[in-house]
Design a binder for this molecule. Structure first.
Ligand code: ADP
Ligand code: ADP
Ligand code: ZN
Length: 216
């Protein structure tokens, strides 16, 4: 099963993709994670992307489509993937159609996480992740079970993203509204778009997504 999770920054795409990885063995393909890895490694792509990401703007379609295309050729994604954060523009949606056709990979569902914009600033400014295993947490909504210790790997090192501040969030939401939300209708004729209430708890959202994937 191959799906796209779509929704504004903070909607819960990464959280749900990681649950689907654990529960179904699907592979999360987060272009944001790929770009952050490139920035950290100071590759040519990373050097180009860093300032753009810190401003909350979108990295060029060519760069992002290039890294995604390479990733889709790897063995582990052949049994099912979750696209998290891609496609984000009409050009990327068209590029993805061509990539999937060329690689013979079908798209089963496009799941939109529908959220109230007013909640997103709090979701994003409270977000942090384990620096060692990448598990996601939140200051209010998903605190580690033991204060200061990662539930998954026991690490005491956490990190916050440079772009997870109230200022940059405004720009990122603007990009979502203008460039990303308009691509959802692109998938309507295929009858694969599903909507989930992203304001529910993490568990309830997860159950709703599982029900869609189980064809309920
Ligand atoms: P996205 O990948 O869409 O940007 P994340 O999955 O990183 O969003 O979620 C943003 C923050 O909100 C994280 O700190 C996460 O723990 C928290 N979060 C995710 N889903 C929910 C939810 N349904 N209710 C409350 N908080 C949530
Ligand atoms: P979120 O889901 O919280 O908005 P992501 O981790 O998906 O965050 O993306 C972080 C940043 O990485 C974006 O603001 C953008 O600069 C860049 N980025 C990620 N994916 C794409 C993409 N598909 N196209 C262009 N830029 C991207
Ligand atoms: Zn951890």
């Amino acid at each position: 099963m191959n799906i796209i999770l779509i929704g504004p920054p903070g909607a819960g795409k990464g959280t749900q993709a990681s649950k689907l990885e654990d529960e179904r063995g699907m592979i999360q393909l987060s272009t944001g994670d790929m770009l952050r890895a490139a920035v950290a490694a100071e590759t040519e792509v990373g050097l180009k992307a860093k300032a753009v990401m810190e401003r909350g703007e979108l990295v060029s379609d060519e760069i992002v489509t290039g890294i995604l295309s390479d990733r889709l050729d790897e063995d582990d994604v052949q049994d099912g993937f979750i696209l998290d954060g891609y496609p984000r523009t009409p050009a990327q949606a068209h590029a993805l159609d061509a990539l999937l056709a060329e690689k013979g990979m079908p798209l089963d569902y496009v799941i939109e996480l529908v959220v109230d914009e007013a909640a997103l600033v709090e979701r994003i400014t409270g977000r942090f992740t384990c620096a060692d295993c990448g598990e996601g947490f939140h200051d209010t909504f998903k605190r580690p079970k033991v204060e200061g210790v990662c539930d998954v790997c026991g690490s005491k090192n956490f990190k916050r993203r440079a772009d997870d501040n109230a200022e940059t969030v405004k720009q990122r939401l603007e990009e979502y509204r203008k460039k990303t939300a308009p691509i959802i209708p692109h998938y309507e004729p295929q009858g694969i778009v599903r909507r989930v209430d992203g304001m529910a708890s993490i568990e309830v959202v997860s159950d709703a997504i599982e029900a869609i994937l189980d064809g309920e």
